[in-house]
Design a protein around this ligand. Structure first.
Ligand code: 5RP
Length: 236
C-alpha cells in the first residue's frame, strides 16, 4: 500500500484494508467503486498474492472496479454465473444515523445498488467526513437518466422541490456518461425528510434508471478516523 500523510487518504486506506480483511476464502465479493473501495480492492489483491486468502471471485460495480480487480489479480465473474454474493464492499458519499446512504459520486450507483443489495452482507467503507445527520446535507443526489429524457426528468425533479444540474465531465468536454451510456443529474434538495419515499418517487419518473439513495441496504458501516496522525477504524 502507498504511504501518505493526508488524513483523509489515511482514513480511506485503513478502512479499505479493514474491510478487505473481513473477506473469507471461497467467497463471492461485490467490488464497489470509488477511492476508498480502491484500497479494499488493492488489499484483497495483496491477501490473495500472499496466500492469506484463496479462491475468491469479484463482481465489479463499474469499469473502474473491473480495471482495479484485473490490476490486483482478483478473478472476476458476473451475476449470470453466480446465485449469490457473500459480501459487498463499497463506499458512500453520505451516511445517516439509520445507515441510509447517498451514493453515486462516481456515477456508478446503478450497478452498485444491484450488487450491494444482492450481497448477504454489505459493508460500507467511509472516512468520518461522510457521516451526516440528514441525507442531502452536503452532497447532491445523483440520478442516472436515459439521455433522451433529460429535459422532462429535470422538470419533474424541479416539481419535487429539487434543483437539478447535469453532471459535466472533468478533463472531458461535455457531460459525464455512465458505464451504461446514460447521463447523471445531480439534485440539491433542501431537506430529504423521507429517503425511502423519495427514492421510490424519483425512480418512478419515466427515463430515470436509478438514483443514489440506498435505503435499508447497508449492513455495516466501517468508519475511518485519524487521531495523532494514526488511522483507526470504528463500527458505526
Ligand atoms: C461511486 C460511489 C462511491 O462509492 C462514492 O462516491 C464514494 O467514493 P469515495 O470513496 O471516492 O469517496 O458511490 O458511484
Amino acid at each position: 500500500m502507498s504511504d501518505n500523510l493526508d488524513p483523509v487518504l489515511l482514513m480511506k486506506q485503513e478502512v479499505g484494508r479493514v474491510a478487505a480483511s473481513r473477506v473469507k476464502s471461497d467467497s463471492i465479493v461485490g467490488l464497489g467503486t470509488g477511492s476508498t473501495t480502491a484500497y479494499a480492492i488493492e488489499y484483497l489483491g495483496i491477501l490473495l498474492a500472499q496466500g492469506d486468502l484463496k479462491n475468491i471471485v469479484g463482481i465489479p460495480t463499474s469499469f473502474q472496479a473491473e480495471v482495479l480487480a484485473k490490476k490486483y489479480g482478483i478473478p472476476l465473474t458476473t451475476l449470470d454465473a453466480v446465485d449469490h454474493i457473500d459480501l459487498a464492499i463499497d463506499g458512500a458519499d453520505e451516511v445517516d444515523p439509520q445507515k441510509n446512504l447517498i451514493k453515486g459520486g462516481g456515477a456508478a450507483h446503478t450497478r452498485e445498488k444491484i450488487v450491494d443489495s444482492l450481497a448477504d452482507q454489505f459493508i460500507v467503507v467511509v472516512d468520518s467526513g461522510k457521516l451526516v445527520d440528514k441525507l442531502g446535507s452536503s452532497f447532491l443526489l445523483p440520478v442516472e437518466v436515459i439521455p433522451m429524457a433529460i429535459s422532462p426528468v429535470m422538470r419533474k425533479l424541479e416539481q419535487l422541490g429539487g434543483k437539478p444540474e447535469l453532471r459535466m465531465g472533468i478533463r472531458k468536454a461535455g457531460p459525464v456518461v455512465t458505464d451504461q451510456g446514460n447521463l447523471v443529474i445531480d439534485v440539491k434538495f433542501d431537506s430529504i425528510d423521507d429517503p425511502a419515499a423519495l427514492e421510490k418517487t424519483i425512480n418512478n419518473i419515466p427515463g430515470v434508471l436509478e438514483n443514489g439513495l440506498f435505503v435499508n441496504v447497508a449492513d455495516l458501516i466501517l468508519v475511518g478516523e485519524v487521531k495523532d496522525n494514526k488511522p483507526f477504524v470504528r463500527e458505526f
